[in-house]
Design a protein. Structure first.
Length: 254
């Protein structure tokens, strides 16, 4: 759907939808801006109090949304043992366990599985989203997205330090299941050639997508970048656009 909006623009997409409506028209949005401008995206990872007194929810980070069956059993056990057996899923591919009594929080935080699915992940991991990729999706025939996005993000984290999360989304093909256009930095899989002329996996890089009261789509920053060349490009983007500090400089200043 997002690729069609990119191609037609918002008004063009609207016109195509109207053609298919019984009355061939859509009601326009309210002329008033109903979104509070001071709204900020909340961080649900970690332990947070619920509105029900004495209860909390905990947000656990699932790296790029991939969890094996045995780990899922462990997470289900936590939900039964500490909550009410519920595991809401988030659009960022993480999970929430709600309805945890205050007296159970300390024991929950000591559970071994939380070393893998942390309530306090590294800052760049917080905003990392990746589609299924070509390993399991017949549509994403272009690149493998999950393992590659983890590897590149881990390497970038070794090179720069950040003080706030940056949302990086990876999608294996133009169907953009991972919604790269609304990410701070988005990667859409493609094929390209390396410096030796060999066909390799690459990405079109998007920059500047936003959600919230000032939401807008990101724009293509650079096309057909070989995946092996993405680490220095991402490091530069984070330093120049998101206030990241190279770790070498940070250590020198300390």
């Amino acid at each position: 759907m997002m690729w069609l909006i990119d191609e037609l623009g918002v008004e063009g997409f609207r016109a195509e939808v109207e053609k298919r409506m019984p009355q061939q028209q859509l009601e326009r949005a309210s002329p008033e801006d109903l979104v509070q401008k001071q709204w900020e995206r909340r961080d649900y990872l970690g332990v947070h109090p619920q509105k029900q007194e004495g209860y909390n929810f905990i947000g656990l980070h699932i790296p790029v949304g991939r969890v094996q069956a045995d780990d899922m059993d462990e997470l289900a056990h936590l939900a039964d043992e500490y909550g009410l057996g519920e595991i809401p899923l988030t659009v960022e591919q993480n999970i929430i366990i709600p309805n945890i009594e205050n007296s159970k929080i300390e024991a929950l935080l000591k559970e071994p599985v939380l070393s893998t699915f942390s309530p306090d992940p590294p800052i760049l991991m917080k905003g990392l989203v990746a589609c299924t990729g070509n390993q399991f999706c017949g549509q994403a025939i272009i690149i493998e997205s999950k393992a590659r996005s983890l590897k590149i993000t881990e390497e970038v984290q070794r090179q720069v330090s950040l003080t706030w999360p940056v949302r990086m989304h990876w999608t294996g093909c133009p169907k953009t299941c991972a919604q790269v256009q609304v990410a701070d930095i988005g990667f859409m899989g493609c094929l390209t050639r390396d410096k030796n002329g060999k066909t390799v996996e690459g990405a079109n890089v998007f920059l500047g997508g936003r959600i919230g009261s000032d939401s807008h789509l990101g724009e293509v920053y650079k096309k057909v970048v070989p995946c092996d060349d993405l680490v220095p490009l991402v490091v530069d983007l984070l330093v120049n656009n998101f206030g990241a500090v190279p770790r070498e400089r940070e250590e020198t200043e300390d």
